[in-house]
Every structure is written in structure tokens, then in C-alpha cells.
Design a binder for this molecule. Sequence first.
Ligand SMILES: [Zn+2]
Length: 245
Amino acid sequence: MMPFPKINLHIHSIYSDGKNSIRDIVEKALNLGLNYICITDHFTNSWKANVIPNLNTKAKIEKYITELSDLQQELIDYGGQLTLLKGIEIDISSSYDYITKMIVPENFDIILFEYLENVEGIGFVKNILLNWEQRYGKNYDECLIGLAHFDPSFFEYSSLGTLISFLKRYDIYFEFNSSYPDFYSQRYKFFFKELKTNDILVSIGCDSHDLSTLANFDEPLQRIQIYDLELNFARFIKKLEKRNH
Ligand SMILES: [Zn+2]
């Protein structure tokens, strides 16, 4: 088995529905010996916006990015093993105008899209990426784009080809999320085979809402090994390391 860094790239803080401050998360991650963490607080203007706290104003997003950048720099100065990444989790039931008005992709290291469940969703995300490409050009390429806790059952019987070519074209990564073990069951073997055949990037996130789940990356890593996706994961890690230098 290849030695992989300890990563958890899906964590919520008090900027949305997480229980801890970003600083608390960083300190715990240092204690746990993690190598990469990404804070990915919620962004939405769907019905969910009224139910959970989220990054709902430009001022709040700015404060969030500043706090993350400051801590990122602190960790660099400290010179330890932990890298902090700036992320955001976009609910794709939000409106196109709201997303493109509020989000500047180059401010983030990682952008997760959640609730991609059909071909219409693919079209929606494509349009956002197109908008970003046109407005931000090369800078936007630096950003890693992923699908949060994607459920393969939605694409089980049709449209799998459309999904795979979409992921391939935009180099979008698939997240193994320790909070949703059912999505990685053997019944989706065909799906993971497609990821392998098409060299789709894969990564790990724990959807942590408190400190107790910060280091839950073992099970997702096992799934990656079971489905023989270690090279896909290694390519993701390489991209992660590259954008750090
Ligand atoms: Zn999440």
C-alpha cells in the first residue's frame, strides 16, 4: 500500500452548522497529526438557508476567508506537518445568480458541490464553471472542485456516461465521505470501476461537525483500496501538493 497523507477535506465550523471555531479545529488537527484539512462551510440560498447557519453575506464570507488565510499563514510560519485549506460547500439547489454573484472561486482552495443528483444538476454546475472560466480565467484553474457525498444510486441506471465525461472534462473529484458509508457499498462496484477506468480524481472528507470525527479517514481510505483507486487518490494528492507551492 502506498503511504498517503492523513487528510480530511470536508469540515464545518461555527461559520455554518459546525460546533467549533476554525482555530479549535486547527489545534485538534495538529494534535491528531493530520496533514491536510479543509474547512468547507455551507453556502446556500435554497430552503436550507433558513434551517442552518451559513455563509450568507459578503461580509461574512470575507471574514471567513480572512480568518482562514491568517491561520494558513500561522501554520506555514509554525513549520509543522499540517496544511489548512480554504473551502466552501455550495448547495446546488441555490440559484445561479446568487452563486455567481457571491462566490469568487480564486478565494478558495477547494469548492465542493453538494446534491448533484441528476443530469439537470450537471448542466447547472457546468454553467457555473463556465461563468467562472470566463470571468476569472487561469486563476480559477488553481481551485480544486469536488462532489460532496455524491450518491451513486442516482446515476445507477442511466446517465452514468454523462456524469463521467463531465467529471473528466473538468477534472472534478469524487469524495469518499466517512459520514455516508452506504454510498460506497459493493453494489456500486460498476460505478467505482468507471472512476478507475476514466482516471477520475478521488479524495477523502469526513463531513466533520465536531472534533470527534476529525480523524475518521481510515474507512474512506479502505474503500479507496478496495476499489483499487489508489492511483486516482495519489493523483489528487499530487495536485494538492502542487497548488501548495
Ligand atoms: Zn458538509
